[in-house]
Design a protein around this ligand. Structure first.
Ligand code: CMC
Length: 434
């Protein structure tokens, strides 16, 4: 990646009467950054930023978020335009290559992904090592991490050709591996991918077809899931993406890095929130119980939070939530699900929370996960598969960000420092003297 950092002035830090100047870089969009790479060498001090709330960890040209205005762009294109007009593989190409595909490039990319969807027959044996009731995310972490043991001809990260093959393999095989995790939990036989289907229809078929009966693709439903995948594909330097970059910064192979990303995504504050949001809506159950839960969310002494609400970056309506809400209605209409009680609870909860002083003051709005659980369940997925679907889509973002990092001339092994507040140096005390 060519660096486009443009110096636009400097910032001065004064310490103990001495002044130090640091360059300021102008962002293409969003806040400028202070370049403090020489801070420690010059001043002998570190910065302190738990959770990296004020730290830009890298230069990137992939995704831009303006959290205050509720804007999300992939390579400059607004997320709603992509979700409405594009499809999974086209957006995957965009994220990886920087532009929408045309002509032969478009077909070559589709063909490369379509023809890498099968997995090594021996990979299947991994599944039988898991309990049938294992969480599919646990299976994903294990099986994806194991890919490096099967595809070692694409683990040399210094070779661009191997990196490209690993990229195609990851994007292509992820739906197959995810569908196999689902099939394993149901006790049904694995379903082979079919090359004549588009990415998302193929995934749905691998999940829902059985040997005795094929799955009939419903274009409205597969298009809704395709949209949901597009919404989840990338999201700047979130926890799992930063995990992938950090793991990759040591030179680890891409399969291991994506497995690390899956592990991070699993947490309820990140990818696990869609599952948690649906569980919460179920627990609330009826509209009359909403005030009780709103009060719990506001109570400092109660750890309960409104799942699907709030975001580290969005201090406005999450633009993905708008598309998701629309997709939710499309799916329920297509399936003829009228008066879905959870949808009634969700809509009323959203209405009440958006008018409540606590949520207004803290700028807590619905995020992508608020409506995704209802939609995914209506599509036929069990709750514990929700985060797996997120992982399928986010694999594109992870691998695009990983590739960008590998090609970045400024790339270094990630190695944060700390402020140590533990015991000072002391001598060992033998057992009888403690
Ligand atoms: N319900 C009630 N209060 C909340 C909520 C919520 N969902 N989210 C934040 N707050 C309060 C929080 O208690 C804190 O209050 P105070 O300032 O009085 O201590 C304040 O708002 C700021 O919260 P924070 O935890 O410091 O903010 P954060 O940026 O660290 O957390 C978050 C962001 C997403 C982890 C958090 O909003 C949350 O836990 N939300 C629920 C889980 C969720 O829906 N996660 C999905 C995120 S979107 C999917 C993705 O991109 O991965």
């Amino acid at each position: 990646m060519k660096s486009d950092l443009k110096e636009s002035g400097s910032v001065t830090i004064t310490r103990n009467g001495e002044s130090f100047d640091f360059p300021v870089y102008k962002a293409g969009e969003g806040p400028d950054v202070f370049d403090i790479r020489k801070l420690y060498a010059m001043t002998g001090a570190f910065t302190f930023d738990p959770g990296f709330t004020s730290t830009a960890s890298c230069e990137s040209k992939i995704t831009f978020i303006d959290g205050d205005r509720g804007i999300l762009l992939y390579r400059g294109y607004p997320i709603d335009q992509l979700a409405d007009n594009s499809d999974f593989l086209e957006v995957a190409y965009l994220l990886l290559k920087g532009d929408l595909p045309q002509g032969k490039d478009r077909e070559d990319f589709r063909s490369a992904i379509t023809r890498h969807t099968m997995v090594h027959e021996q990979l299947k044996m991994f599944y039988s090592g898991f309990r049938r009731d294992a969480h599919p995310m646990a299976i994903m972490v294990g099986v994806v991490g194991a890919l490096a043991a099967f595809y070692h001809d694409s683990t040399d990260i210094t070779d661009p050709k191997q990196r490209l093959i690993a990229t195609h393999r990851m994007i292509a095989k992820m739906p197959t591996i995810a569908a196999m995790a689902y099939k394993y939990s149901t006790g049904q036989a694995f379903v082979f991918p079919r090359n004549d289907l588009d990415y998302t229809s193929n995934f749905m078929r691998m999940c829902f077809a059985v040997g005795a009966e094929d799955y009939v693709i419903n274009p409205v439903l597969s298009s809704a899931l395709d949209k949901i995948f597009i919404l989840h594909m990338d999201h700047e330097q979130n926890a799992s993406t930063s995990t992938v970059r950090l793991a990759g910064s040591s030179g680890a192979n891409p399969f291991a890095c994506i497995a690390a990303g899956i592990a991070s995504l699993w947490g309820p504050a990140h990818g696990g929130a869609n599952e948690a949001a649906l569980n919460m809506l179920e627990e609330i159950g009826t509209v009359d119980r909403i005030p009780e839960f709103i009060n719990r969310a506001k109570d400092k002494n109660d750890p309960f939070r409104l799942m699907g609400f709030g975001h580290r970056v969005y201090k406005n309506y999450d633009p993905r939530a708008t598309v998701m809400r629309k997709a939710c209605h499309e799916v329920l209409d297509e399936l003829g699900i009228k008066d879905e009680p959870l949808l009634q609870v969700a809509m009323e909860l959203e209405r009440i929370a958006l008018e409540d002083e606590y949520f207004i003051e803290k700028k807590l709005y619905p995020n992508i996960d608020f409506y995704s659980g209802i939609t995914l369940r209506a599509l036929g997925f069990p709750t514990d598969m929700f985060t797996v679907l997120f992982a399928v889509a986010r694999t594109v973002g992870w691998i695009a960000q990983w590739s960008e990092m590998i090609e970045d001339p400024l790339q270094k092994i990630g190695r944060p420092r700390q402020i140590y507040t533990g015991a000072p140096k002391r001598d060992y005390v033998s057992t009888d003297e403690r």
